[in-house]
Ligand binder design. Structure first.
Ligand code: 5CA
Length: 440
């Protein structure tokens, strides 16, 4: 992408409304724009990061055996009357009427709709287990939307829903998502701690929130320090291995971790003082097992091996991609801007032409841009007429992991400078060596 033809509206000043660093940096880099309170557009730079986050979320859901579909954002109130949540959900639900005055709503979550899909097609235990998910916009009329897309009214959610014949099978489905979540957050460069959690309007009694630690987090959390030493389950995890997944779950829940709502002071005080951690955190995922809470009233039953009909045991599993993007920034930035983990960076490399119009600079930059692109890299090519200082500041601000700086003096000898955004280390090398470094 040539910067001169891109749309990346960088703000010079720090926006006044932004209270936390991720919100400030997302506005300054032109990743997002607020359209009305708690409702955002994702501008091209932000959209690139969001797409990369979604791709990782999707890969790990698929690996764990979940199957993707897409449900609509608008739902009919009737479905919610069946489960009894239409009245219970309260003011967070945006209720609307269509031209025939039929009551509709903008979905805050999808348990009812997925249960309706399930009951329409699945009649036998032989079709289980089943886990269906989508990545879709939700609306919750939060009282205090704040911190940009961290807590917004309209936001993206990956929500998965599992169906099983028995509680035991449902716990295995739960464990699959538990392991998938550990892998997902690790691949996003985050260390998330699973914590016993309150279930709120979703319901059930077996639930974990995945929390990443950050000073600006909204939740107060208490945990054992040892989580930092735990291994993340590997890529070749066998998701059909019931005992193996249970062992991972047991390990990750063997030491104390709870949010303030579930905090047990006596249990926390029993941990040696040097191993205690009391901090603030951001909830990036939340998983629930709620048994037959929706399947019973909505008649989602399957025939079991005994020939009788049984309401299915369900769970739901949420991740917030539009919250994850600022959460990653909270975890990875410095005074000059964002430092993207390579897995979600909007571009892999930024090529900075210090003097567009200079024959040597243009030639080297064109060759880098074409060569890196051919090798499958996402390249941003700063071919603008901005001052060198502005270009460097922009490259640091947007946090692309590697910068290749091409100036007239070094270009004359066929050399470029490669800068690592995270460490700030710079190295002068030939064009060929730079290509090998970046592609190899
Ligand atoms: N149906 C269940 C799981 S699929 C559910 O709705 N769970 S939830 O309420 O915990 O939301 C799931 C995830 O969505 C949260 O962990 C969080 O990452 C994200 N999320 C929830 N509310 C917001 C919000 N207002 N802004 C941004 N992300 C949010």
């Amino acid at each position: 992408m040539r910067l001169s033809r891109y749309f990346m509206p960088i703000l010079k000043e720090n926006p006044k409304e932004a209270e936390i660093v991720s919100h400030r940096l997302m506005l300054r880099t032109g990743m997002i724009r607020q359209q009305s309170q708690g409702i955002y557009s994702w501008l091209p730079l932000g959209k690139r990061v969001l797409d990369k986050v979604n791709a990782i979320v999707r890969e790990e859901q698929n690996r764990a055996g979940a199957v993707e579909l897409l449900m609509p954002t608008l739902q009919s109130a009737e479905l919610w009357q069946e489960s009894g949540r239409y009245e219970a959900y309260g003011k967070e639900m945006l209720r609307i009427a269509d031209r025939q005055d039929r009551p509709m709503l903008y979905g805050p979550t999808n348990e009812e709709m997925i249960t309706d899909i399930f009951r329409s097609y699945v009649k036998s235990y032989k079709n289980l287990p089943l886990n269906l998910y989508h990545i879709q916009l939700k609306f919750r009329d939060e009282i205090r939307p704040r911190f940009g897309t961290m807590r917004s009214r309209e936001f993206l959610m990956k929500d998965a829903y599992s169906f099983d014949l028995t509680k035991e099978d449902a716990i295995h489905s739960y464990n699959k998502m538990f392991v998938a979540y550990l892998r997902t957050f690790a691949r996003l460069g985050l260390r998330a701690i699973p914590m016993r959690a309150d279930t709120g309007p979703i319901g059930g009694n077996h639930s974990h929130e995945f929390i990443i630690l950050a000073e600006t987090g909204e939740s107060e959390v208490f945990s054992h320090k040892d989580f930092v030493n735990f291994d993340i389950p590997s890529e070749d995890t066998d998701f059909d291995d019931v005992a193996g997944l249970q062992a991972v779950f047991d390990k990750w829940t063997s030491i104390y971790a709870a949010t303030s709502e579930m905090h047990d002071e006596a249990a926390f005080d029993a941990i040696p003082e040097t191993d205690r951690m009391s901090a603030r955190g951001i909830e990036v995922g939340h998983i629930f097992y709620f048994g037959t809470k929706y399947s019973e009233p909505m008649g989602a039953k399957v025939q079991g091996p005994d020939g009788k009909e049984h309401p299915v045991h369900m769970g739901s599993y949420g991740i917030g991609p539009t919250r994850l993007v600022p959460a990653i920034i909270e975890a990875s930035h410095d005074e000059n801007g964002i430092i993207w983990p390579a897995s979600v960076a909007p571009f892999d490399v930024v090529v900075i032409n210090m003097k567009p119009g200079d024959e040597g600079c243009d030639r080297l930059c064109d060759s880098l841009y074409a060569g890196l692109g051919k090798a499958g890299k996402d390249v941003l090519y700063d071919d603008t007429d901005d001052r060198a200082g502005t270009k460097f500041a922009t490259a640091d601000l947007i946090g692309v992991p590697v910068q290749v700086i091409v100036g007239p003096r070094s270009a004359a000898s066929g050399e470029v400078e490669v800068k690592d955004r995270k460490t700030g280390a710079r190295e002068v090398m030939t064009l060929e060596a730079a290509m090998n470094r970046l592609v190899g």
